[in-house]
Design a protein around this ligand. Structure first.
Ligand code: ZN
Length: 608
């Protein structure tokens, strides 16, 4: 491609609309342009990166015996009504009517469509298993689209659906896809972790999320390098009695966590203490745990906080309950929900707590709380002489001890894991924390959709049974953004070879120098012939502009045809990532770059 004929509107300034690095660089490098909130044009270079990711995904799916098809993006309402999702999707679904007034949607996903297809076309166990996928646009009417293509309203996804006759078959399909996903993200050059989205279930988890690690990341994950454990923080269990005293809420920047304290090196057992007499003390204008620590001069580990939550029962009624955790801990609403067998738990508003429990939330505590069930984290059971609110504005209790002063209905693991906690799987190493961008997810659907839509098959004995299904998604446009989020410097993008829109750019420094132009054209032609995706920067621009654009767009190699050609008869091959420079004769340039490109691709392909 000749750059004089290409559309790549680069920008020098960082656009104000972009909050995160990948969004800024995708705009600045001319990869995307906004059409409407959360809806983007993929410009030619951006689209090339997308197609490279698509091709990697395609190859790895096909390698597992999957077949590609293409389902429509406009889908009729009926199957969605049958599965209950026409209502459940709510405002997230883009809906439309045809000229006859019939309801349709812009597909947010394709379980209904593909299950209907397979129901109608597959009848026997002999036709199973089936792995079917497509790569196409998906639509979600996000409340707040942001971060460019990272959280968009229209995006490109690969979704694959597996259909099996047996549970064992489903597990096999699931493992195949898990393996394929690891290969896809390895080949894209991503640093990622497969995170258990639902750990603890017997026979393995029901789902894994593939998280690309990044400073920006919507999810916080806890992981252990020793045994490979990784989970969303709100899912990770706390190992009782093993928590360290280096207590930092995990919701901090990962870089901050690198600063270890001595306490992080070992656990410290709670010291036995004589129980002092309970005392109510005046604490004017003290409302937060920090206020308590400052006003009373106590360590935060000698305080507890009490949070009021609504627990929504399966029958639709709700109950106000209190959760008690140490002052520096976070109450884990998912764990509380599971403990209560509730459908949902969420924090109650201050006004509701005052109305239903007569408690000002800034002075809440478990002592003397009437008519409210109290659940406390196991850590609280071991605490002595601690501080809590007195359920009275401007007062706290000191020297609180359970069970003398209050008796929770139950002690349980109710807090969010924190720095210093031990890995719940191997129980040896301490957990590490990182932020992640979800680039893929694999799900066991079991018979949820096959039962709802009557997708059955006849087994060996002639009996009709619902198919065992799985679904497996990869956000293609999101993966490109995650790659940029992980691969950039202050000059621009550092494309991994496998995803780079072009492998290399040939740059004559002075386009008025006919010898430089001639050699550049020759090298460009040879590289193209050798199958290297190459650009020729034949623009009549200043050298500085060309260099800046090349760095911003981040092509892995730049072949500079400049002064050294006349002086020494050589051209320069420069690696964008390492800055390493080689000088070779113009005749050797194309072959050298091809070898470098092939080596880089082979490294991530794992073909040694
Ligand atoms: Zn571990």
């Amino acid at each position: 491609m000749l750059m004089s004929q290409a559309l790549f509107p680069t920008m020098r300034e960082t656009p104000a609309e972009a909050e995160i690095t990948s969004h800024q660089l995708m705009l600045r490098a001319g990869l995307i342009r906004r059409v409407a909130p959360g809806i983007y044009n993929l410009l030619p270079f951006g689209f090339r990166a997308v197609k490279k990711v698509e091709q990697i995904v395609r190859e790895e799916m096909d390698r597992k015996g999957a077949q590609e098809l293409l389902m429509p993006v406009i889908l009729p309402a009926e199957p969605w009504i049958e599965t209950g999702r026409w209502t459940a999707y709510g405002d997230d679904m883009f809906r439309l009517k045809d000229r006859h007034g019939k309801d349709f949607c812009l597909a947010p996903t394709h379980e209904e469509c593909i299950t209907t297809l397979v129901r109608n076309e597959v009848t026997s166990y002999r036709q199973l298993p089936l792995l079917l996928y497509h790569i196409t646009n998906k639509y979600r009417d996000e409340v707040r689209p942001r971060f460019g293509v990272m959280r968009a309203r229209e995006f490109i996804m690969k979704d694959l659906y597996s259909f099996d006759a047996t549970v064992e078959g489903l597990l096999e399909s699931y493992n195949k896809m898990y393996d394929a996903y690891c290969k896809v993200f390895d080949r894209c050059g991503l640093v990622y972790r497969a995170v258990e989205a639902d750990p603890g279930a017997i026979g393995g988890s029901g789902s894994h999320e593939f998280m690309a690690l990044a400073d920006y990341g919507e999810a916080l994950i806890a992981y252990c390098d020793a045994c490979g454990f990784a989970a969303n923080v709100e899912k990770a269990e706390v190992v009782p009695g093993q928590a360290g005293l280096y207590d930092v809420h995990p919701n901090v920047h990962p870089k901050m966590l690198e600063q270890k304290t001595p306490e992080a090196a070992g656990t410290v057992a709670p010291k036995p203490q004589r129980r002092k007499a309970l005392k109510k003390v005046a604490t004017p204008n003290v409302h937060t745990i920090q206020d308590v620590v400052d006003y009373l001069g106590v360590p935060v580990t000698d305080t507890v906080k009490t949070l009021f939550c609504w627990a929504l029962r399966p029958d639709g009624t709700k109950e106000l309950v209190a959760g008690v955790v140490r002052g520096d801990r976070e109450l884990n609403l998912v764990k509380l929900k599971n403990l209560l067998g509730a459908v949902e738990t969420y924090l109650a508003e201050a006004g509701e707590v005052l109305q239903h429990a007569s408690v000002p939330v800034g002075s809440a505590g478990p002592v003397g709380l009437r008519g409210i069930r109290v659940f406390a984290d196991v850590e609280v059971e071991a605490m002595t002489n601690f501080v809590c609110g007195a359920n009275e504005e401007g007062y706290h209790y000191i020297n609180v001890n359970a069970p003398r002063d209050f008796q929770p209905e139950k002690y349980a693991d109710l807090r969010v894991v924190a720095q210093g906690d031990v890995c719940p799987r191997c129980r040896k190493e301490r957990l590490e924390f990182a932020r992640g961008i979800e680039v893929g997810q694999v799900f066991k659907l079991w018979t949820k959709y096959s039962e709802a839509l009557g997708c059955t098959f006849t087994d060996e004995k002639g009996e009709k049974r619902p198919m065992q299904m799985g679904c497996y998604g990869i956000g293609i446009t999101r993966t490109v953004a995650a790659v940029i989020e992980q691969n950039h410097d202050d000059k621009g993008i550092l494309w991994p070879m496998s995803v780079a829109p072009y492998h290399a750019v040939v740059m004559p420094v002075n386009s008025k120098d006919s010898r430089q132009m001639e050699v550049a054209r020759q090298v460009y032609a040879e590289m193209t012939d050798l199958g290297v995706d190459t650009l020729l920067d034949d623009r009549d621009e200043r050298a500085g502009v060309k260099f800046m654009d090349a760095d911003l767009m981040g092509f892995p190699y730049r072949i500079t045809v400049g002064q050294t050609l006349a002086e020494k008869g050589v051209v320069e091959i420069r690696s964008r990532r390492t800055g390493h420079v080689d000088f070779v004769s113009p005749e050797a340039a194309a072959g050298t770059v091809r070898t470098l490109v092939e080596k880089a691709l082979a490294d991530v392909n794992g073909s040694k």
